[in-house]
Design a protein around this ligand. Structure first.
Ligand code: HAM
Length: 418
């Protein structure tokens, strides 16, 4: 048997209702904040990601699905959405109006990671990007939108970690201080972090190695290095969030796994997820557009969450909604000759948006009734031979077993309560 690729999953019919339930919420909540959907291709030229996410990140270094197509061009299955959205915004000249551009997206993403609970090689993200303003109220709005999405799907067990990476000037000063501090302890750092001390020292803050974590406990924190403007920005984001019911935890070592961030960074985490505890995260990325070749800097802030992780949190905390899978009407027949009649009744009722089934296997009347019960049909229509001859049908209310006779040619007019 040919198996699916490691780290990928089929989303089976018994799970799809939950996905569609969540996707409906994503659409409704995005719309309520005035965000429009943008769909980009699932693969891009490799440089879209390598130029923006950062050459020294795990994503670009080890996790991208990169291949050459038949013309020898290097292409990559998208590992995240933000860079592709920025590429699409530039290419389609969406920045011409003076308004902020508010976009959301959802779909499959690809990272060659070691699969485990909540970590896959093909996973799905919902994301939102607010492009064109550097004002802190847009950072707060993105966080509110993210919080609403998570909360409205029914997840309650989570916390929000918040930090600021400040301006490039802030990070430059902080980098010196951090390198200074870590150089004195270089021998004890993990091999990866030793390398990063030269190439990208801020990434060390993201290390999962226990020895690095121990050393980092006493490291200088970036919040002590914020310049005036960065500090003001962060203070306003915090105070706008304090104005809501979101609980924030300031986490000065939060840098996130992508290099394009400046100022605000944040992450929603749930302990129900185990080691892969991040439901979603994001931040401000004022330098990304220029890195991708746009003529000037475009301030922007955004967020993405893993849909598998969101749904996993719902399941792990027993908060999955009770999603009704029942059908409205099951039509049973006592005579296989009545196929055309069955089909006609079903079509008339389906045109009225009822969910209608009938047996396609020509089973016995008893077996059909059993099936009607099994599907939790609200109504059964019995197309009995004698009734049909009289131009009648029997309508049975399955909740109280009451039945009535009804004219066959008027069935579309019957008022089935939804
Ligand atoms: P990210 O933190 O790399 O950010 O990914 C966002 C979310 O995607 C994670 O919090 C996690 O829930 C989910 N995720 C990531 N990798 C996997 C995986 N291998 N398996 C399952 N779920 C995964 C970004 O992608 C940024 N583009 C977010 C952003 C948008 N920043 C600004 N705008």
């Amino acid at each position: 048997m040919i198996q699916s690729i490691r780290g990928t999953k089929d989303i089976l019919p018994n799970k799809i209702k939950l996905w569609q339930y969540a996707e409906d919420i994503f659409r409704t909540v995005s719309n309520s904040y005035g965000y429009y959907e943008l769909r980009t291709p699932i693969f891009e030229k490799t440089e879209v990601f390598s130029r923006s996410i950062g050459e020294e990140t795990d994503i670009v270094n080890k996790e991208m699905y990169t291949f050459q197509d038949r013309s020898g061009e290097s292409l990559t299955l998208r590992p995240e959405g933000t860079a592709a959205i920025a590429r699409a915004v530039i290419q389609n000249s969406l920045l011409q109006s003076s308004n902020t551009l508010k976009l959301w997206y959802s779909g499959p993403y690809f990272r060659y990671e070691r699969p485990q609970k909540g970590r896959m090689r093909q996973f799905h993200q919902y994301g939102a990007e607010c492009i064109g303003t550097s004002n802190p109220e847009s950072d707060a709005e993105i966080i509110l939108l993210a919080n609403d999405l998570i909360k409205k799907t029914g997840v309650s067990d989570y916390k929000l970690l918040l930090n600021s990476l400040g301006s490039s000037f802030t990070r430059e000063k902080y980098r010196f201080a951090l390198v200074d501090f870590l150089s004195a302890k270089k021998d004890k750092l993990s091999e990866d972090s030793k390398k990063r001390l030269k190439s990208n020292p801020l990434r060390i803050l993201d290390s999962k190695s226990p020895q690095d974590i121990e050393i980092l406990r006493d490291a200088p924190t970036i919040l002590d290095f914020l310049d005036e403007e960065s500090k003001n920005h962060f203070e306003l984001v915090k105070s706008l969030l304090e104005n809501t019911d979101i609980e924030i935890e300031i986490q000065p070592q939060l840098v996130r796994g992508l290099d394009y961030y400046s100022h605000t960074v944040f992450e929603f985490q749930s302990s129900a997820l185990g080691s892969q505890n991040s439901i979603g995260g994001g931040g401000r990325y004022d330098g990304l557009f220029k890195q991708l070749g746009y003529k000037k800097n475009v301030p922007a802030v955004g967020f993405a969450m893993g849909i598998e992780r969101l749904l996993l949190t719902l399941e792990e905390t027993n908060n999955s909604p009770d999603l009704n899978n029942s059908i409205d009407i099951y039509i049973v027949s006592t005579n296989a000759e009545n196929l055309k009649i069955l089909q006609n009744i079903a079509q008339q009722l389906r045109n009225k948006n009822f969910k209608v089934l009938y047996d396609l296997q020509r089973r016995s009347f008893k077996a059909q009734m059993r099936e009607a019960n099994k599907t939790s049909a609200k109504y059964t229509i019995i197309a009995g031979e004698d009734e049909i001859k009289k131009g009648k049908l029997i309508i049975k209310d399955m909740a109280n077993s009451k039945q009535i006779e009804y004219p066959l040619n008027k069935i579309a007019e019957y008022n089935f309560p939804k």
